[in-house]
Design a protein around this ligand. Structure first.
Ligand code: NAD
Length: 467
């Protein structure tokens, strides 16, 4: 089933780019390198498909439920391809596929509510909701399927059609997903386009697109907002994070160490909401470093397709270089690696899981988003100091507080300047919750009913009560 302009137009298939397996560092397949001028036809078809798709909410619900089942049925193929191009352990890929289907099912059953305005005037006034038109999604390489679904499931449920652009580092599983969904959705309701820049920039500025929903880095988010300003399209930005975990003085280190470790190292630390800094009371600092370092030294690192692997490679060369650079900078600035601190020998983009101690608070591994398997553990003397440090970066995606007295921990969590906070957990999200970063971590609200309304516009009708 065709999914993209390059598939449909003979001749365009000649232009392709290589996709690399990060576990080997070698190209294993190719994807179409679609050119920006192809987008006019793609958006035009998405616009024509919109008239049919928006007309029948009951048919939409049914189609999205069937789509969820189709994703599950293709789970093995999707998960293996995802691991191959992204690097994550196969079990994490299966979880991502399951989450993709779950999002489709969740939004399939969500419908906007018409509301009456009751304000004493002799009118019957109703707020109804209308879809926006063709919308665009641009997503990164860390959770290609799950983040795409977080965008297309609410957009399609709302009655929009979508053009979806995955990262050039991970185009293949998304293309496969697009072809699976094309067998159960009407033609051109969801179109996957793949290619290198400036394809994304052109999509964000395309005059036929009414909403640009983007997940990625802060700097690209700014560029996307500027591009979308050309057509005054609505913009939703889910951007970077530098989440802190604040450990309280009553924390049971043994009890939480596994959970804390995986909150930082899942998907090789390439999670916007990973724990990226730990603040530990000075009295417990050495114990926390030791507990985390012991896990970092013994965790099974390897290719994601190997069933023993718990931690895969970094996804791509620029990301590996960045992780290496911020880690080296920290070591030059006086930090010590209690575990790791370097690339691993051999093929592939592997970086040893790293726990840093004696870290100067101003070094980039603390102040910026390192987005890899590196975790600085910083001591604090008084709690206010830890809360100030946790809030002291330009990010505000998530944060967590860990301790035995849950009420006290929750009171500290209330003080974190972020969109989502946890006690004794991190990065576990509900499909039904609003998802929004503060400061540089994002603009707009995704997730739950807020994600649905973010893809709709209000339409108000007033009429007299009586003829
Ligand atoms: P990135 O910003 O480099 O790329 C994201 C997407 O934008 C890719 O598809 C890329 O091809 C495209 N792109 C690049 N330049 C563009 C341009 N000028 N105009 C339009 N599109 C363009 O991000 P990345 O390296 O792929 O992903 C890592 C980042 O994503 C991290 O900062 C991470 O925190 C963030 N992220 C955020 C969330 C969240 O929900 N807040 C979730 C996952 C990842």
């Amino acid at each position: 089933m065709p999914t993209s302009e390059a598939d449909r137009v003979p001749g365009l298939q000649a232009v392709r780019f290589a996709v690399v397996d990060p576990a080997t560092g070698e190209a294993f397949d190719e994807a179409p390198d679609q050119q920006p001028d192809e987008l006019d036809a793609v958006v035009d078809r998405a616009h024509r498909a919109w008239y049919g798709w928006r007309a029948d909410p009951v048919a939409r619900t049914a189609a999205l439920r069937v789509a969820a089942g189709a994703v599950e049925a293709a789970g093995d193929d999707l998960a293996r391809l995802l691991t191959r191009e992204q690097g994550k352990p196969l079990a994490e890929s299966y979880a991502e596929v399951a989450r993709t289907a779950a999002r489709l099912r969740y939004f399939a059953d969500l419908t906007p509510r018409t509301r009456r305005i009751v304000d004493g005037r002799p009118l019957r006034s109703e707020i109804r909701w209308r879809p926006l038109g063709p919308v665009a999604a641009i997503v990164p390489w860390n959770f290609p399927l799950q983040l795409a679904a977080a965008k297309f499931a609410p957009a399609l449920a709302a009655g929009n059609t979508m053009v979806l652009k995955p990262s050039p580092f991970t185009p293949l599983a998304t293309r496969l997903l697009g072809s699976i969904l094309a067998t159960v959705l009407p033609e051109d309701v969801l179109t996957v386009v793949t290619g290198r820049e400036p394809l994304g920039a052109r999509l964000a500025s395309h005059p036929g697109i009414r909403h640009v929903t983007f997940t990625g880095s802060v700097s690209t988010g700014r560029a996307v907002a500027e591009a979308a300003a050309a057509s005054l399209a609505r913009v939703t930005l889910e951007l970077g994070g530098n989440d802190a975990a604040v450990l309280l003085d009553d924390v049971d280190v043994d009890r939480i160490a596994d959970r804390l470790f995986w909150a930082a190292f899942r998907n090789c630390g390439q999670v916007c909401m990973a724990v990226k800094r730990v603040y530990a009371p000075a009295r417990l600092h050495a114990e926390v470093v030791e507990a985390l370092a012991q896990r970092a030294k013994t965790v099974a690192v390897g290719a994601g397709l190997d069933p023993d692997t718990r931690l895969g490679p970094v996804n791509n060369v620029p990301q590996l270089a960045r992780i290496e650079q911020v880690t080296q900078q920290a070591l030059v600035d006086g930090a010590r690696a209690a575990a790791g601190g370097h690339r691993l020998d051999g093929p592939g983009y592997f970086f040893a899981p790293t726990i840093l101690t004696d870290v100067p608070p101003g070094t980039p591994v603390v102040t910026q988003e390192q987005f890899g398997p590196v975790l600085p553990v910083l001591p604090y003397q008084c709690l206010d100091e830890a809360v100030d440090a946790a809030n002291g970066t330009g990010f505000g995606l998530g944060g967590s507080v860990w301790g035995t007295d849950l009420d006290r921990a929750e009171a500290v969590a209330e003080r974190l300047e972020c969109g989502t906070a946890w006690v004794n957990h991190h990065a576990e999200l509900s499909l039904a919750q609003p998802f929004a970063g503060v400061k540089n971590s994002g603009v707009g609200v995704a997730g739950g009913p807020w994600g649905l309304y973010g893809n709709l516009r209000p339409f108000v009708v007033h009429r007299p009560q009586e003829a």
